[in-house]
Ligand binder design. Structure first.
Ligand code: PEP
Ligand code: MG
Length: 588
């Protein structure tokens, strides 16, 4: 019997397909003692399980799809090395022999002892390596308990065209799943601006998050319809529903084919004002999308991808080579490279992440982390500066709270430049350095930042999170995630005004700029630079073309005087009607 479930649609598109349930259940380990005469058999059982674990990992390594980032394989090598280490191969054997405990228990005791040592470590990076122990021990435990290995991670199954159903997915999971060619995903937790949701949009994978209890009601292999636009999942659909959604798929296909005619058209309003319309990228696959939609610039290159699914951060050379290759691919298109924004929901997996803080979103993330960890930050700054010699590059600092952070980054850059001058290393002396306005205090004092920097970029995903005091990945408070809250809009306006005052460009690279409902509002607030995910670029361009800026005069003042987001939404519904998306496409 068919039924419907509602979640939060975070990446548009309709997919009809079979569900693949992604298990990541905690293992229940039973502890018991064994008779003396069975000790050798128990030791053999453990040793066989370790051998099987090695075999599994080697098979995974061989089957990683061609084209997958090299770093996607690096974690497997480390786990293989750990499986050779005596702390896992010898110590549990000793415990079985001495304590007569079963293999699972011995392994658990040894895991606890190792984790305790790692927990004591001063170095946060080493401390975080305890996750690797858990991954490896879990793999052996699963074999001892006759559980199948985690499928997406082992890459042993074909997930192509499957609809993944999981409790939650990390950004690192999402990248691995992308290599499998999944068609869509549904998760029980998560919010629309989580990093995972943003990745889904930029990869063009339809996705729904916050679908509570989904794993209770949807079975593995079941046929479902995923409507990522509406946030709806229809389980076991009948023929009438299938026919209806197939028509929907066809309508979407025609709509996008029509939009693609705008690829070469300029982003100019109906009354002739040119708007800077750039794209956000973060994965190598985004380049293809970027060229497909004819983006004339990259307004935000998130560099976290380089750090994902690997054991250690990339060194300066590797980062430089990656930026160099990107600049070559961009072929003269300007790019804004954002320095590392790790922390909070931006985890990279495989032991590189720091232990989770009580309030990770308010903790050591982005520029705070980088300034604390020079060994992490310096190589990136050096690599970006070197890359600036090869094409038009801007450097962007995420999550600024106080202007001292700007001063510290500028001082580091000065030092590196001096060293490069001494050594004769080429770089662009005029590389613009900008900052992201994502923290309310920075938005209120945007003039202070505008004075020090060459440009500002508003990160609305975080600005909304911090203004509304809600975790952007927590679906329970998602109802408060309100881009139209007058408080948020006033901060955006204040930042744009600060840019106007100091003649410094101000853009928005948060998801709000990609939402077609807000384009006219942002234009009315004075925004002239949008950086959007490639999948939204042509739609945003279409609306810009359909907008007469003069007709928006007074809208900003009117909206900023409203008391609630609902009032503002009603005004926007009016000015967006008839929906620009339905209007004819203008190609020049
Ligand atoms: C933002 O916060 O709006 C932004 C663009 O940065 P991220 O989503 O990567 O945190
Ligand atoms: Mg941000």
């Amino acid at each position: 019997m068919s039924f419907t479930m509602h979640g939060i649609g975070v990446s548009r598109g309709i997919v009809i397909g079979r569900v693949h349930l992604l298990e990541r259940n905690q293992l229940e380990v039973t502890e018991y003692t064994i008779p003396r005469e069975q000790v050798n058999t128990e030791i053999l059982r453990l040793q066989n399980a370790i051998t099987a674990a090695r075999l599994q990992l080697r098979t995974v390594r061989e089957h990683i799809p061609r084209g997958a980032a090299e770093d996607a394989t690096a974690f497997i090598d480390t786990h293989l090395m750990m499986l050779e280490d005596s702390s896992l191969t010898q110590e549990p054997v000793r415990l079985i022999a001495e304590l007569h405990c079963n293999a699972e228990w011995a392994l658990k005791l040894q895991r606890d002892a190792l984790v305790a040592v790692f927990d004591e470590m001063e170095d946060p990076y080493l401390r975080s390596r305890r996750d690797d122990i858990d991954h490896v021990v879990n793999r052996i435990q699963r074999i001892l308990l006759n559980h199948a290995p985690l499928k997406h991670e082992t890459l042993e199954v074909r997930l192509k065209d499957c609809i993944i159903l999981a409790d939650d997915l990390t950004p690192a999971d999402t990248v691995l799943l992308q290599h499998h060619g999944i068609a869509a995903f549904i998760t029980e937790y998560g919010g629309p601006t989580s990093h995972t949701a943003i990745l889904a949009r930029s990869l063009g994978i339809p996705a729904i998050v916050g679908l509570h209890q989904a794993r209770r009601y949807i079975r593995d292999e079941e046929q479902v319809i995923v409507d990522g636009t509406q946030g709806v999942v229809i389980v076991d659909p009948d023929e009438a529903l299938l026919a209806y959604y197939r028509q929907g798929q066809e309508r979407e296909r025609r709509y996008f084919a029509e939009l693609s005619k705008l690829k070469e058209a300029p982003a100019i309003t109906a009354d002739g004002v040119a708007i800077e319309l750039q794209a956000n990228i973060e994965l190598p696959s985004d380049f293809e999308a970027l060229h497909r939609v004819g983006a004339k610039g990259v307004g935000l290159y998130r560099t976290e991808y380089l750090f994902m699914n690997r054991e250690a951060p990339p060194d300066e050379e590797e980062q430089y080579e990656s930026y160099r290759d990107m600049i070559r691919q961009l072929n003269g298109i300007p790019v804004t490279i954002r320095t590392l924004d790790l922390g909070a929901d931006k985890t990279v997996g495989n032991g590189q992440d720091r232990p989770v803080a009580v309030n990770p979103a308010l903790g050591l993330r982005a520029v705070r982390l980088c300034l604390k960890d020079a060994a992490l930050f310096r190589p990136q700054l050096r690599a970006i500066l070197r890359a600036s010699a090869l094409g038009p590059v801007r450097l962007l600092i995420p999550m600024l709270s106080v202007v001292q952070e700007v001063n510290q980054v500028l001082a580091l850059l000065r030092e590196i430049r001096e060293e490069f001058d001494r050594l004769g290393v080429a770089y662009d002396r005029n590389m613009p350095v900008g900052g992201m306005i994502e923290v309310p205090a920075a938005a209120v004092c945007a003039d202070v930042f505008a004075r020090q920097l060459d440009f500002l970029s508003i990160g609305t995903n975080d600005l909304i999170q911090y203004t509304m005091a809600i975790d952007r990945v927590n679906d329970e408070v998602n109802y408060l995630y309100e881009p139209l809250h007058p408080g948020v809009l006033r901060l955006i306006r204040a930042t744009i005004q600060a840019g106007e005052q100091y003649r410094k460009p101000v853009g928005i690279c948060g998801e709000m700029a990609s939402d077609v409902r807000y384009v006219r509002l942002l234009l009315a607030l004075g925004l002239r630079e949008f950086s959007v995910h490639p999948a939204a670029l042509l739609e945003v361009k279409h609306i810009i073309q359909q907008t007469n800026l003069k007709s928006l005069s007074g809208l900003g003042v009117r909206v900023l005087a409203c008391s609630t987001g609902a009032e503002i939404a009603a005004i926007l519904a009016d000015i967006n009607s008839p929906p620009a998306a339905g209007a004819a496409v203008r190609v020049n």
